[in-house]
Structures are given as C-alpha cells and as structure tokens.
Ligand binder design. Structure first.
Ligand SMILES: [Zn+2]
Length: 406
C-alpha cells in the first residue's frame, strides 16, 4: 500500500512539475515577444501620416506639455514611440476662396513656428532624406499634409507655393466636393475628376507631392489613379471589406493602389474600423449633421463629446470599438497586397478613438500584436513608417524624371 502511495505521489508531483515548467515556458515566450516588440517599436521610425493637432498649435496650447485631453503632445509621443507625423493642414471644405487660403497659410505658419521654437525636438521635413536625418538625430520628423483641394482655390500657382512652404501631400477633397473633384461625403457632381482636377494630379506629380486619395469618391480615386505618374497615398483610410464606411477603401481599390506602388495608411477612428459602430453612425447621421451645424463655431474637441452625449440621449449608447480592430484592418490589407503597401494614418485629434487606443502612448501594442501574429520584424518596421519614406522617395524620383522630360 505504501508503495502505491509513493508511486501515486511521484506521479502527481511529476504532473505538477511538468505543468509548472510548461506554464513558465509559455510565460517566458510571452515576455520574449513583449520584449522584442518594445525593442523593435522604440528603435523604429514610427511615422503617422495624418494627425489633426495643428489647429491647437494656433492657440496657447503647448505641444511640449503633457495634456489629459486630445491624443498627442510631445511627452506622450515620446512615451508611445511616435517620432514622425504629418501635421494636417485641416480645414472644413465649406471654407473656400481667399478665406481658405488665408486660414491655411496661418496653419502652415503655426507648424513652421513650432519647428523654429523647438529646434532640438522637432525637425520640419520635406524629403525622405530629411525624415531619416530627424530619426538619426532623435528628433520628431514633422511634415505637413494639406487636407482638402479647396485650399488651392482653383490655382496651380498657389499649389506650387504650398509645395515651397513644405506641404508634402494634398488630399484632393475633404468631406465635400471641390470645384474639380467629387468627395465620398457628398453627392457626385463631376463624375470624379474634372479636366482641371487631372491637371492638379499632374502638377502634384511634377512637384513631388503625394496625391492623397483619402476622402475622395470612388470615381475620383479611379480617375486619379489613371492620371497619376507616381504612386499615391491614402493618408488615413481603412478597409471597406471589414467596415462599410465610404471613407474606407474596397479590396479592389487597395489592390489597384498597391499595384502602382501606393500605400494605404490605416485610420484608427472607431466609427471607421468597427462595422457595428458604423451602422450606428449611419442611423444617427442626419441628427449628427444638424448638431455639427449648431455648434460649428465651437472647438472640435469640446463639440465632439457634446454631440456624442446628445446622440446617446436620443438613439441610445453607441457600441464600443476595440483597438484590436486597427490590427485587423492592417492585417486585412497586408494579406491583400503585402506588407510593402500598408502604414499608419491614425486621425489622432480628428475624432473618437477605439477603446484601448485612447492616445498615442498606446501605439507599442500595435507592434506587439503584429509580432504575435507572426509578422517579421522587417515588415513591422515597414508598416510603422518605412513604407511612407519609401513612397516619398518614389514620388521624389518620379518628379525628378518628369521635370527633366522636356
Ligand atoms: Zn480626414
């Protein structure tokens, strides 16, 4: 009997030991991925192609200080390993003519001033080489993207001047049609791009600026793709196959964009990435538009939560989206076109973020999630920022060629 007990005891002990070892190995493995992700993330260039913080730079808000509202500032960028961004020269498409030009110049001036005021922290970049230099020097690479063709006021010379000031992409439309391009947020008027719209695309190519097709209608996308002599960017769009938002791209569009060397930069906005939330926004759209109109003169940051509250009172609370959806969209696009054509275009400070991506300090978890999915480190680096630098280089090269062709 004693012997049986001893045997039984030995057996139980062995099982316990084996279980503990297995649990330890799994934990060690988990820690290893987390460690690897941290190293990878904080040694990478993490470049976001669309951030709406710019209007704040025109106020007494301080970029160098840590804030409890909004999605980015310098301390939080450092904590999240975000070391490059396109400051969006954002303006509602309903502001047009000289006012749009005047306001955009002031917004551009605010970015210039930031770089001047913080030379040790921010480098204003115009080229891929500038971005590499900023990263090497441990500075934030600051670029500018103009969100809406309405700001060129139907003038190619004005577009050239914006390029001179350092604007590196032009989003052909914002949420309403311009005089020369249809927007995804408006009723079709031009059947895509007009002849002048096609000239705008050609001029962007010649100037070495990125043609940005986020916000445009599907037909405008196809027209721009046919005309462009350089690869294009979707600076902040996600995948329509996952969530039907018209601001997202269909698989067919993503494939065509990539086939020409372009990159889709995944947008994090909760209503873009989550299908249930998108349905909710559809249902509440008309009321939301009315509220936006009602509060049009108040700052975005205070208006958006207020509108959310009023809509919840009327339609019920919206479903919650998780940050993991961001990874789902990245993975969908990578499966479709490969890791060379996908990047990050958060839309930070431009709307509501999913749960778990409350601000840019949460970015390292994207890197970790991609590693856990089995992504190669070199591919993660490309997604984090490498692809955008490569794209800028391609566009610079195409511009050089166009300028030398007589
Ligand atoms: Zn936008």
């Amino acid at each position: 009997m004693k012997r049986v007990f001893a045997l039984l005891f030995t057996f139980v002990w062995a099982v316990v030991c084996l279980g503990t070892t297995m649990a330890q190995t799994t934990a060690q493995k988990t820690d290893k991925v987390a460690e690897r992700a941290k190293k990878l993330h904080f040694s990478s260039l993490v470049l976001d192609t669309h951030i709406d913080v710019t209007p704040k730079l025109q106020t007494d808000w301080k970029f160098a200080e840590r804030h409890t509202t909004g999605h980015i500032d310098l301390p939080r960028m450092k904590e999240g390993g975000l070391n490059g961004l396109f400051f969006s020269i954002y303006m509602s498409g309903t502001v047009t003519g000289p006012k749009a030009v005047n306001d955009s110049l002031q917004r551009i001036a605010a970015v210039h001033k930031l770089a001047e005021d913080m030379p040790d922290q921010v480098l204003l970049c115009r080229t891929a080489a500038d971005i590499r230099k900023a990263h090497k020097q441990g500075k934030i690479a600051g670029l500018m993207g103009m969100e809406g063709g309405h700001m060129i006021n139907n003038s190619l010379p004005l577009l050239r001047m914006y390029a001179e000031l350092g604007v590196r992409y032009l989003t052909l439309t914002h949420s309403v049609n311009t005089d020369w391009a249809d927007s995804s947020g408006d009723q079709p008027k031009h059947n895509g791009l007009t002849d002048f719209g096609k000239d705008v695309v050609r001029e962007l190519n010649r100037l070495g600026m990125l043609v940005d097709i986020s916000h445009v209608s599907d037909k405008t996308f196809w027209d721009a793709l046919a005309v462009s002599n350089a690869p294009m960017i979707a600076s902040h769009s996600s995948c329509r196959a996952i969530s039907g938002h018209p601001r997202n791209m269909t698989d067919e569009m993503i494939k065509a964009l990539a086939a020409k060397g372009g990159v889709i930069q995944i947008n994090y906005l909760d209503s873009f990435i989550d299908p249930q939330l998108f349905e909710y926004t559809q249902k509440t759209q008309a009321a939301r538009r009315e509220l936006l109109q009602k509060y049009q003169n108040e700052p975005r940051e205070t208006v958006l939560p207020k509108i959310r509250e009023e809509l919840a009172a009327q339609f019920g609370a919206p479903p919650k989206a998780s940050w993991e959806r961001i990874v789902e969209h990245i993975d969908h696009a990578v499966k479709l076109v490969g890791a060379d054509h996908v990047g990050l275009g958060s839309d930070f400070d431009g709307g509501s973020m999913p749960v778990g991506m409350e601000d840019c300090t949460k970015l390292p978890q994207i890197t970790e999630a991609l590693l856990r999915k089995g992504y190669k480190e070199q591919d993660v680096r490309k997604i984090l920022g490498g692809n955008t630098v490569r794209l800028l280089e391609d566009v610079e090269r195409a511009a050089k060629k166009l300028r030398t062709v007589k």
